[in-house]
Design a protein. Structure first.
Length: 134
């Protein structure tokens, strides 16, 4: 888990480089979809993604997919990425009390501002916790 941040940054750079080489048109914002996050085993599995125009064929080495339509509880954080754990902790602490977590759709982050073009203090990230249907 300690290596997750640097690993995500490296994986996202690989994705961006691959997309640039392929000449694909990319729509911002980007996202991370968390399939598993196990603090006990200190492991996580995630997918990094970019929004593409509908119908865009995935280049070799890239998997096309989409986040399923869902109702989700959203916590929007403004500020440093390294403080994003606070948004996650808040969401995880209130699930079950405020909303039922949809276990078939993993939580995900959407980066609403562009790192490198936005000051760190003004970065906006939305963390979505898909909710179980009532």
């Amino acid at each position: 888990i300690a290596d997750t941040g640097p690993a995500m940054k490296a994986d996202f750079k690989k994705l961006i480089d691959h997309v640039k080489q392929s000449g694909l048109l990319v729509h911002w914002p980007d996202l991370f979809d968390y399939h598993t996050f196990d603090a006990v085993r200190e492991s996580t599995e995630y997918t990094c993604g970019l929004q593409m125009p509908a119908g865009t064929a995935a280049a070799a080495g890239i998997v096309a997919g989409q986040v399923p339509t869902c109702n989700a509880y959203c916590i929007r954080q403004t500020g440093l990425y390294r403080q994003l754990g606070n948004a996650w902790a808040a969401g995880m602490s209130i699930r079950g009390k405020v909303f039922g977590l949809q276990k078939k759709i993993p939580p995900f982050e959407i980066y609403e501002s562009c790192q490198g073009k936005t000051s760190e203090d003004d970065l906006v990230t939305a963390v979505y916790f898909p909710m179980r249907e009532a």
